[in-house]
Design a protein around this ligand. Structure first.
Ligand code: ATP
Length: 354
């Protein structure tokens, strides 16, 4: 186990920057995820840590030592990519044992013991003699993970290992990965474009956009306290509003958006200035149609009379797409409203000012 550091790393390909001045610090034993849209630089970052690329500028460190020029085979990393890349002419057991070919099994164990332990850990104990071709995609990825973990790498690097699987298999595998990662305490860098997956598995996440890191934090941090509009809208649904400050004198900032006035927590903005803010769909509550009051702390000012366009029943909640002042407002609610027009409310405390 080691801690990982990227310090001011830039990577350019033929003059085009894939990464721009990325600095990250990942603690020993941490499950750290890079999340962001396609092309934002996640895989490039992982490949730099793996030693499959060298930085154009900046330094990669393992436990404080500069490894920027050190080849992959000397880095003690286990890597799993999206495509299982198992050897088709070898059994599952032989595939996992291959992971021990160069370094041998960890001290105090034999190859057979180590392989058996790994198969058990990854819940594929009965499949040792099968050929990879006879396994499902999820099982093949379990084998790939077992092979990567077999030599007890210092660092585990996972690049979209679940993206080829269907939703249910993905969830099962991610629970296994999380459990095994914690059991072994291996420092893990995980790459995904799926923000829900990132929130579910990680100790901390880095949200990336356009080759830069926008925000690093725990899943709760980036969801509840997004620092940029990109993070606010990429991580979970969000409603972004823009308005003009009417009054910034009291303990609330009053903002006009279209024909409505909203009360926000205090901001740095002065009267007349433009502010942008966001409200999560689950923080908008239906006030009028149900006869209930709006969410706790909501005031009459924070009301939106909306027209429901679509209602998607998701089982535990219903997602409404509503029309308000020429734009769409997304609401998540536990009840399924009948009415086509609703009055929504939100508490000033639930607002994030961008
Ligand atoms: P995805 O989720 O689609 O895999 P990503 O976030 O992992 O995307 P990268 O694969 O790191 O993104 O790519 C970042 C940028 O660098 C992209 O614009 C990509 O086209 C470019 N890039 C990556 N590798 C190379 C390469 N070997 N040569 C040229 N450009 C590259």
């Amino acid at each position: 186990m080691v801690d990982l550091e990227l310090d001011g790393v830039t990577k350019t390909y033929a003059g085009a920057a894939a990464l721009r001045d990325v600095s990250l610090s990942i603690s020993e034993g941490e499950f750290f995820t890079l999340v962001g849209p396609s092309g934002c630089g996640k895989t490039t970052t992982l490949r730099l840590v793996a030693g499959l690329e060298t930085p154009t500028e900046g330094v990669v460190r393992f436990d404080g030592t500069d490894v920027s020029g050190v080849p992959t085979e000397d880095r003690d990393v286990g890597v799993v990519f999206q495509n299982y890349a198992l050897f088709p002419h070898m059994t599952v057991r032989e595939n996992v044992a291959y992971g021990l070919k160069f370094g041998g099994p960890p001290a105090g164990t034999t190859v057979d013991e180590r392989v058996g332990d790994l198969l058990e850990m990854m819940d594929i104990a009965g499949m040792g003699d099968r050929d990879p071709d006879n396994l499902s995609g999820g099982q093949q990825q379990r084998v790939a993970l077992a092979r990567a973990l077999a030599p007890e790498p210092d660092v585990l690097l996972l690049d979209e290992p679940m993206s080829a699987l269907d939703a249910r298999l993905r969830e099962q595998l991610r629970r296994s990965v999380k459990r095994v990662q914690k059991e072994l305490g291996v420092t893990t860098l995980y790459v995904t474009h799926d923000q829900e997956e990132a929130l579910a598995v990680s100790d901390r996440v880095a949200v990336m956009n356009g080759g830069r890191v926008e925000q690093v934090g725990t899943p709760q941090d980036v969801y509840r306290r997004p620092e940029t509009e990109f993070v606010a809208t990429f991580v979970g649904d969000n409603n972004v509003f823009e308005g003009t400050v009417r009054d910034a004198s009291g303990d609330r900032t009053v903002v006009r958006v279209a024909d409505a006035e909203f009360e926000l927590p205090p901001t740095d903005a002065d009267a007349g200035e433009t502010v942008r803010f966001c409200v999560r769909p689950e923080h908008l509550s239906i006030a009028e149609a149900t006869g209930a009051t709006a969410s706790e702390g909501a005031t009459a000012a924070n009301r939106l009379a909306v027209e429901v366009e679509t209602a998607e029943f998701l089982g535990d909640t219903t997602r409404l797409h509503c029309r308000w002042a020429g734009r769409t407002v997304v609401v998540k609610t536990g009840s399924v409203p009948e009415a086509a027009r609703l009055e929504l409310g939100f508490a000033p405390e639930s607002v994030t000012v961008l």
